[in-house]
Design a protein around this ligand. Structure first.
Ligand SMILES: CC(C)(COP(=O)(O)OP(=O)(O)OC[C@H]1O[C@@H](n2cnc3c(N)ncnc32)[C@H](O)[C@@H]1OP(=O)(O)O)[C@@H](O)C(=O)NCCC(=O)NCCS
Length: 384
């Protein structure tokens, strides 16, 4: 396998986009290619993540993006893996580039849902669950993650303030991120007073519905030895799956796909959780961040939320988690989310993170989950 880098990255501000998903994808793709200091014609393959294009009456968006970039002859395909679509696209790009099938690949994730109301957006999202057993019986993602929360909360005596600490921390980080959907800090009082969405999850336990687009340029070191920016060396690109329907899982105190992807990633990178200096993890709900920190091996089972409460995972804590603001505050435009996590790490390593900079970071991990964990990606990056 060839050493493979992320040499360019760009994102728009998550939240509400005026542009269509396809227009936003083309804009961020061009910005990512420019940040890499290469020309669009050097791209050999475009991997697009776009789970809900049909909500805009637009599927098969890859050729449209490539046409906008002036490279219509370049092959493209759309990768769908629910909320982990663009990290799955990154994995495919890594496989192609490291395997020598192409020297440089574009990964672009884009989603626009803000023209839908909450009911319609919830119905579209719920298609990512197990339809006959979950969705058809009324389960939504807030409901499914509430089930995970109500399973682990009594098992570990997790207090609401512990989940609240995750929300407060991520909103504080989002307030420092110009890409973030929400750029306002919240207090614990605001968290505790927010309406119940699906017990025990309150409004501020939930990620919002966001539009957004993010793009990455993945290239072989030997083909682009001197990129314009500090590249991210891809030390691990791991994917794993698990039983999609939660009712069939033997264990609800974590996500098996995260544990499996993490094990592969640490093996590939020849690292342990102790080597990671900060992480962008999939906090679609606060319980998801708590479980991710445990499943990724950063903290013992049952202590993920408590570590946030104790300040360990703050931007200036011992182990910063979601310095971008995470899905909770930066936003969750489904197919742009995984690529957006890598944009954050690229900006951190390139001194572009401004007020949310994590000092002296050399090694970082990105964790992106599809739905309730039917699929999961874990990537580990280092500086050269
Ligand atoms: C939590 C949720 C139900 C709130 O939806 P809603 O009650 O219809 O809220 P609205 O869209 O009407 O927004 C009302 C206000 O709350 C804010 N808001 C909405 N969702 C928010 C969230 N998750 N966190 C913080 N604020 C939120 C809006 O910005 C708006 O603020 P404003 O009045 O100052 O403009 C919705 O955001 C949700 O379902 N989130 C989860 C999405 C999801 O499942 N993603 C997939 C994960 S696997």
């Amino acid at each position: 396998m060839r050493e493979t880098w992320v040499i360019g990255a760009a994102s728009n501000r998550f939240g509400k986009m005026r542009e269509t998903g396809r227009e936003a994808a083309t804009e961020v793709a061009l910005a990512a290619i420019e940040s890499a200091g290469i020309e669009p014609r050097q791209i050999g393959y475009t991997f697009v993540a776009n789970a809900f294009g049909v909500a805009e009456h637009q599927a098969h968006v890859g050729p449209l993006i490539n046409t906008g970039l002036g490279i219509p002859e370049v092959p493209s395909c759309t990768i769908e893996s629910a909320c982990s679509s663009s990290s799955a696209a990154l994995h495919e790009a890594f496989v192609h580039v490291s395997g020598g099938f192409t020297d440089a690949a574009l990964v672009v994730g884009s989603e626009k849902l803000s023209h839908l109301d909450t009911l319609a957006a919830t119905s579209y999202f719920a298609c990512g669950a197990d339809y006959p057993f979950e969705t058809k019986n009324g389960a939504t993602f807030p409901g499914l993650y509430a089930t995970l929360a109500s399973t682990s909360q009594p098992a570990y005596a997790t207090r609401p303030e512990m989940f609240g600490a995750i929300a407060v921390k991520n909103h504080a980080n989002g307030a420092r991120n110009p890409h973030a959907h929400f750029q306002k800090p919240i207090s614990m009082e605001t968290y505790l007073a927010s309406p119940m969405i699906a017990s025990p999850l309150r409004l501020y336990d939930c990620c919002p519905f966001s539009d957004g687009a993010a793009a990455l340029v993945v290239a072989a070191k030997e083909a682009t030895p001197s990129p314009a920016r500090e590249p991210l060396v891809i030390r691990a690109s791991a994917r794993a799956g698990s039983i999609a329907g939660m009712h069939d899982r033997p264990d609800m105190l974590g996500l098996p796909a995260t544990r499996a992807a993490a094990e592969i990633a640490y093996r590939q990178a020849k690292m342990t959780p102790r080597d990671i200096q900060f992480a962008e993890v999939h906090d679609c709900f606060t319980i998801a961040e708590a479980l991710a920190l445990e499943d990724l091996g950063f903290f013992p089972r049952g202590t993920g939320a408590k570590e946030s409460f104790d300040g360990t995972t703050a931007r200036d804590g011992r182990f910063p988690v979601n310095p971008s603001g995470g899905l909770k505050a930066k936003g969750h435009p489904v197919s742009a989310t995984g690529a957006g996590q890598v944009v954050e790490i690229f900006e951190q390593f390139n001194g572009l993170a401004g007020a949310r900079a994590v000092p002296h970071a050399e090694i970082a991990l990105a964790h992106n989950v599809g739905a309730t964990g039917g699929s999961c990606s874990v990537h580990i990056f280092s500086r050269r």
